[in-house]
Design a protein around this ligand. Structure first.
Ligand code: ASP
Length: 340
């Protein structure tokens, strides 16, 4: 039987109604386990580690990413797979971050959570958790993990983590991967798509990256954006990287002032990457005249990457290997973007 380590960070999935007030509060692991008796039924071999205290995912950032990745790294040899319970709000950021932090990952790390707390009738917690464990434990007939990547399992789909975005605050299918197909679908059977999975070189050891430089910003363009706003952001002291959210296939207003501000930022050594505001599709710089200025200013293409993946990749590269950050932001590291 495969051994799985369940790491609980918090979020709705861990919550129950407090006796007396009926308010939703994170449950300790014993109370949590009482709602999911299957964890102790001998079907799975699962150990549990939890954050103290459990946290809402809006409070999760680089320090917590480090804690999660370190837990996977420290227990890597002892387990066949890992499941991380996490609030849904920033799950795509955390899961994307871990995909870059755990270089040469050869075992499944499956993030999951739920839209309704475990202690609430109709909760999606149990189903999401049990299927995530099954996926983390799944191996082929040669004993190799079926999906040795960082992924998100939610409702009935398994997605590559660094391709996901939280898309719905209401429905059970909270996540989507707009630019890459699901790696598995769960119905009566779990159907895996091995041809879509990213496999690391099995001869390379797992390398843990934990340094993040958070001197980055997202600049979302909109019709009528003022030079003062762009200037204030691009001239922020210490700024090292910018995710520039553009229109359509990577287009921006052709105003001379915008070109000059971006060029001045790039000349100062700030890395600016073009990411389309569209969920689906890719940046194609040079396709329209209105993206030529961006190219001339030295803005890089983010192709079809998500904002969550681009931000976390940028912070990690700036923290870990700043001299190579620009070069590596243009490359696909672990399936996060389709470079043409
Ligand atoms: N606010 C919660 C969180 O992200 C929501 C959730 O888990 O769905 O921690």
């Amino acid at each position: 039987m495969s051994k799985v380590l369940l790491i609980s960070t918090g979020g709705t999935i861990t919550m129950v109604r407090e006796k007396g007030t009926e308010a939703l509060v994170p449950a300790d692991m014993e109370t949590f386990k009482a709602f999911i008796p299957e964890l102790n039924a001998g079907v799975f071999d699962v150990d549990i580690e939890a954050f103290h205290p459990l946290i809402d995912s809006s409070d999760i950032g680089p320090e917590s990413w480090k804690q999660m990745a370190q837990m996977v790294y420290d227990h890597y040899d002892a387990y066949d797979g890992f499941v991380i319970l996490h609030g849904t709000d920033t799950m795509s950021y955390s899961a994307s971050a871990l995909s870059f932090m755990l270089e040469n990952l050869g075992k499944p790390v499956v993030f999951t959570g739920s839209q309704l707390p475990v202690g609430v009738l109709r909760s999606d917690a149990k189903e999401n958790l049990l299927t995530a464990i099954e996926i983390a434990a799944a191996k082929d007939e040669d004993g190799n993990a079926l999906v040795p990547e960082v992924t998100i399992y939610f409702e009935d789909r398994l997605f590559r983590a660094n391709r996901t975005t939280k898309r719905n605050a209401e429905h059970f299918s909270a996540f989507n991967s707009y630019n890459y197909p699901a790696l598995a679908k769960a119905g009566v059977h779990i159907t895996y798509q091995p041809h879509l999975v990213h496999y690391s070189d099995p001869n390379e050891p797992l390398v843990l990256h934990t340094e993040f430089d958070t001197n980055v910003a997202v600049l979302k363009l909109f019709p009528g954006i003022q030079p003062s706003v762009v200037r204030a952001l691009l001239r922020t002291r210490g700024l090292k990287g910018v995710v520039l959210e553009t229109f359509g296939a990577g287009n921006a207003p052709s105003d001379r002032w915008l070109y000059k501000e971006l060029k001045a930022a790039v000349d100062k050594g700030i890395i600016v990457v073009n990411k389309t505001q569209c969920n689906t599709g890719s940046v194609e710089m040079g396709l329209y005249a209105v993206s030529l200025n961006l190219m001339k200013a030295g803005v890089l293409s983010g192709y079809d990457i998500t904002t969550e993946a681009l931000l976390t990749k940028m912070m990690m590269l700036l923290g870990e290997m700043p001299e190579r950050a620009k070069e590596l932001l243009g490359k696909d590291l672990c399936g996060e973007m389709t470079v043409d």
